[in-house]
Design a binder for this molecule. Structure first.
Ligand SMILES: CC(C)(COP(=O)(O)OP(=O)(O)OC[C@H]1O[C@@H](n2cnc3c(N)ncnc32)[C@H](O)[C@@H]1OP(=O)(O)O)[C@@H](O)C(=O)NCCC(=O)NCCS
Length: 181
């Protein structure tokens, strides 16, 4: 999908190709994440939920600019709390030269819209509330990520009303997907 995009807030100059990530994008996306996150990102607790589990291919997006340069990417995984499937959003990153143009928001909103249309009901992530609250995320009470995780950074959003009601406990890696194929 080609989207017009504000190269500077208020103007619509740049054109971005926003599409699902393909297999051959993998290492370019990894390089972008390495560039955007602090060294050792894979030591973060959320990565323990991703070890040996494939991302959800329909919920991984990349955005390239008109020159074919990767500007931003987002991936997601399925995790579980008890017997409840949860969508774990992220990592998401935008190249430093394209930050604060709205691209992060575009990727997150695209993922959330696709997740809703695919039947997901609850989404979580580990991140900065001051950023993610604009997408409807709030702190999840009584949901525990593998340590070490700052509980204030464990955020969730319901895609249908009440989807988080009574969903508490430790977030675990999936062994078998709980969702219908
Ligand atoms: C976080 C990130 C994906 C946001 O992408 P982006 O394209 O720059 O974001 P957007 O253009 O959609 O939004 C920009 C706004 O978010 C704010 N913002 C960005 N990161 C923020 C943060 N961590 N906390 C609070 N606000 C943040 C900016 O100040 C800006 O505010 P404004 O609209 O009031 O000017 C990007 O900054 C990034 O890749 N950071 C490094 C990797 C990272 O931290 N990923 C997220 C892991 S939780």
């Amino acid at each position: 999908m080609v989207v017009q995009f504000p190269a500077q807030k208020g103007s619509w100059e740049a054109v971005l190709d926003l599409r699902k990530e393909r297999k051959d994008d993998w290492w370019e996306v990894e390089a972008l994440f390495d560039h955007c996150f602090a060294p050792g990102r894979e030591a973060l607790s959320s990565y323990r939920l991703r070890d040996d589990v494939s991302p959800i291919s329909n919920l991984c997006f990349v955005a390239h600019d008109a020159l074919g340069v990767l500007g931003g990417a987002i991936r997601s995984w399925e995790v579980v709390i008890g017997d409840k499937p949860v969508l774990l959003l992220g990592p998401v990153a935008v190249h430093p030269t394209r930050q604060a143009e709205g691209l992060g928001g575009l990727l997150i909103n695209e993922l959330l819209a696709q997740a809703e249309s695919d039947g997901w009901t609850r989404v979580m992530l580990v991140g900065d509330y001051p950023y993610y609250r604009r997408f409807g995320f709030s702190k999840l009470e009584n949901v525990t990520m593998p340590p070490p995780t700052n509980p204030d950074r464990v955020l969730g959003r319901a895609l249908i009303g009440g989807a988080w009601d009574g969903v508490t406990g430790t977030v675990n890696k999936i062994t078998v997907s709980l969702l219908d194929p």
